[in-house]
Ligand binder design. Structure first.
Ligand SMILES: Cc1ncc(C[n+]2csc(CCOP(=O)(O)OP(=O)(O)O)c2C)c(N)n1
Ligand SMILES: [Mg+2]
Length: 296
């Protein structure tokens, strides 16, 4: 059972991610950003639920092109992220990395689909032989799950008993290509051939993701075995900046499963939701206003 204060903190994290990304889309449309943006609006429960299962003192997170939610969940550094994507020298990577190449402490990202999988397995192997007890998590999309490097990484991780979680956010599309046009069979089954346990969960429900992510992370840590966390989710916004050919009825169907709304309903925080949203908007608007004023 989640306490009210814990529930509020989790809700704040999801709302902060959403508000930050809504601002990023607006900043992009006004030409204030450097490079591209991919938002995880609709997928916030995956980011917050996964991060909640980690020991942030030592565990490693390797995110991907859709990584703002993972980064904010890991660091709460909204200002550093926005400044980074504006290309400012006070961004988290001095404005050089941009949206897709953000690094702080044990948090990394890489915009090249699948490239992060072998790198993460190597990092997890280094932690294993150094006996730190750290778990490494690598975030992959459903489309990226079709990259050959991912299977080489899963093979070695299973063969060498490496404590890594392959965390898949299956949002049903890779850019504009629906899953069924690029993958044969059931994607969530693919780990089985390597003897990797798959933990499948409804990625629109934060409490479910938290529980399942914890089981997967704990198993990787205690059994020194790779795991797959497979979250079924949906992005509400376009792939990146307007490239969207999805059926409007389908988008509506998933918007009715909004993870923020579902979570506040589930743990009785409906009355607090608007206040949480207003506070997050106020906080992020102040950051954006200050950055834009300074930049202009
Ligand atoms: C090797 C490589 N090929 C192509 C791209 C361009 N690209 C960026 S995101 C993306 C789709 C990824 O789909 P998925 O893995 O499902 O993640 P999602 O965008 O849905 O979160 C593609 C093809 C890339 N970044 N790297
Ligand atoms: Mg996808």
């Amino acid at each position: 059972m989640i306490s009210k204060s814990k529930g509020l903190s989790l809700l704040e994290q999801m709302v902060t991610i959403r508000c930050t990304e809504e601002h990023l889309l607006e900043l992009f449309s006004k030409g204030h950003l450097n490079g591209t943006v991919h938002t995880c609006i609709g997928q916030e429960a995956c980011a917050v639920g996964l991060i909640s299962a980690l020991d942030l003192e030592k565990d490693i997170v390797f995110s991907n092109h859709r990584g703002h939610g993972h980064y904010i969940g890991y660091s709460d550094d909204v200002r550093g992220l926005i400044a980074e994507i504006m290309g400012r020298s006070d961004g988290v990577c001095r404005g050089i990395g941009g949206s897709q190449h953000v690094q702080t402490k044990n948090f990394y990202t890489n915009g090249i689909q699948g490239a992060s999988a072998p790198i993460s397995v190597g990092m997890a192997f280094a932690e294993k032989i150094s006996q730190t007890g750290a778990v490494t998590v690598v975030n992959l999309g459903d489309g990226t799950f079709g990259e050959g490097a991912v299977y080489e990484a899963m093979n070695i991780a299973a063969l060498w008993n490496i404590p890594i979680v392959f965390s898949v956010e299956d949002n049903r599309y890779a850019q504009t290509t629906p899953r069924h046009l690029q993958h044969a069979g059931d994607l969530s089954d693919r780990g089985k051939a390597f003897g990797i346990q798959v933990h499948k969960v409804d990625g629109m429900r934060l409490t479910n993701v938290m529980q399942t992510a914890k089981i997967a992370v704990d198993a990787a840590r205690s059994e020194h075995r790779p795991q797959i966390l497979y979250m079924e989710t949906y992005r509400f916004a376009s792939h990146s900046k307007g490239d969207d050919f999805r059926d409007l009825k389908e988008i509506e169907y998933y918007k009715n499963q909004d993870p923020i709304k579902q979570f506040s309903d589930e743990i009785g925080l409906n009355e607090n939701l608007q206040q949480v949203i207003d506070q997050a908007r106020h906080r992020i608007k102040a950051i954006v206003d200050e950055l834009i004023k300074d930049a202009l």
